[in-house]
Design a protein around this ligand. Structure first.
Ligand SMILES: [Zn+2]
Length: 421
């Protein structure tokens, strides 16, 4: 049977390293050095092995399930061990074309417990979802957890991580909160391309989006949530009710996770992204402050040129506010900038993109009277995303088609010429 053995957990001050051995058939799914590490801004002393095992197990367990393999660990926390069956069931319901099987062999199941001191620790990327959740739980004085999981085999300086960290520390300072900061290679110690090659068709999703990211992100925080005696880890939803997209992070999965005396809560699922935008801009307008909403993926600043940046910018405008007050350095020719982006990119929009943008368009219409005239886009109110996408695609294919056809014809003429015709 295919299997993975967790050989060693090595703790050195504030860093934990996991060394493991997969059998030959599973090796292709991992980078050659078989090492996962996490480094925290807190010492890891006095954290039992049964708790430290959780991040490693969480990162590989979906692979064990979909490959029907076995995983072997020395010790595991009982609460976490007990939640795995229902977690597996939730993923099975989410991805009915896959068979979630496999086996976990634990040398010793350990019961850990504590009296919580902190009610909430909240995952905090600095993005719109995370700030919304912060506003909803701020009275509970949450510890803010910020992560970077994209190191390769070693920790190297990253401007993106420096910017994320700086933002999170400053934000926490403003509200008198503490930070949990951690950096890891959880996004890179696995070979997602090889997993996707074998499974993404049946899964209907990628490994990272469909199965991995949520468990990686939540579990990395668990050792410190244990140490600091946190009752509940909050993770902000990225999707919402009515937009049920299979995704590793979902209330049906995240809310199942348990560790020692702690649990996890998937927050804000009842709110659309536009409703979250309203929560954030209303809150900061009321307290008369500005804030930076960091939405641009793996970027130090919001680029104001990508789909996510522009979607967020328009969402803020639709609530009658100035994106410049929320970390978006938009150009002066605002209308032309958006129009240009759509002209060049509408052909790449998915159904989900169109749905998101239509929600914003709707809000633009409803809230028309509160939108400052310099941001009012009359053309946007009648912009038909589906039709524009269709025309743009036809145009794109025609433009692409002729050079291909020309290449094929000249190749044929050349072949004929070569063969003496
Ligand atoms: Zn961007």
């Amino acid at each position: 049977m295919k299997s993975i053995v967790l050989d060693e957990i090595k703790v050195n001050n504030n860093r934990v390293d996991y060394y493991f051995t997969p059998t030959k058939k599973l090796q292709k799914y991992f980078k050659a050095n078989n090492n996962l590490f996490i480094e925290y801004n807190h010492e890891l002393c006095d954290i039992p092995e049964s708790i430290l095992t959780i991040p490693f197990l969480s990162n590989v367990i979906p692979l064990i399930w979909i490959t029907n393999s076995k995983i072997q660990v020395n010790e595991l926390d009982k609460s976490f061990y007990d939640c795995l069956a229902s977690l597996k069931k939730s993923y099975q319901i989410m991805f009915p074309n896959m068979d979630f099987q496999g086996e976990i062999i634990v040398g010793k199941v350990v019961e850990n417990s504590y009296e919580p001191i902190h009610e909430v620790a909240s995952l905090f990327s600095g993005g719109l979802d995370a700030i919304t959740t912060f506003i909803r739980v701020k009275d509970k004085k949450p510890i803010l957890i910020t992560e970077f999981g994209w190191h390769e085999s070693e920790i190297k300086n990253s401007d993106v991580w420096d910017a994320d960290k700086e933002n999170a520390v400053e934000f926490a300072k403003n509200y008198g909160l503490d930070n949990i900061l951690l950096q890891s290679n959880y996004g890179n110690f696995i070979n997602p391309r090889n997993i996707d090659k074998d499974f993404s068709k049946r899964l209907g999703d990628t490994w990272w989006h469909g199965l991995h990211h949520s468990l990686a992100i939540i579990s990395a925080a668990i050792p410190l949530a244990f140490k600091l005696k946190v009752e509940c880890i909050y993770i902000a939803s990225s999707h919402s009710i009515g937009l049920e997209i299979p995704c590793a992070s979902d209330p049906t999965t995240d809310n199942k996770i348990r560790f020692a005396s702690g649990r996890v809560f998937h927050d804000g699922f009842e709110l659309t992204r536009q409703a979250k935008t309203k929560v954030v801009v209303d809150y900061f307008s009321t307290i008369k402050e500005t804030t930076k909403i960091r939405v641009c993926f793996k970027n130090e600043e919001n680029c104001c040129n990508c789909e996510k940046c522009l979607r967020t910018i328009l969402g803020i405008v639709a609530e009658g506010k100035n994106p410049k007050d929320f970390g978006f350095n938009i150009p002066d020719d605002f209308s032309a900038h958006i129009e240009n982006f759509l002209f060049n990119n509408i052909k790449f929009f998915t159904k989900t993109n169109i749905m998101f943008w239509n929600i914003i368009k709707q809000r633009f219409k409803e809230n028309k009277n509160n939108i400052p005239s310099k941001f009012m886009l009359e053309w946007f109110l009648i912009y038909d995303f589906a039709t524009e996408r269709k025309y743009s695609l036809i145009k794109y294919r025609v433009i692409k088609f002729f050079p291909i056809l020309k290449r094929k014809i000249s190749a044929k003429i050349f072949r004929n010429f070569e063969s003496g015709y």
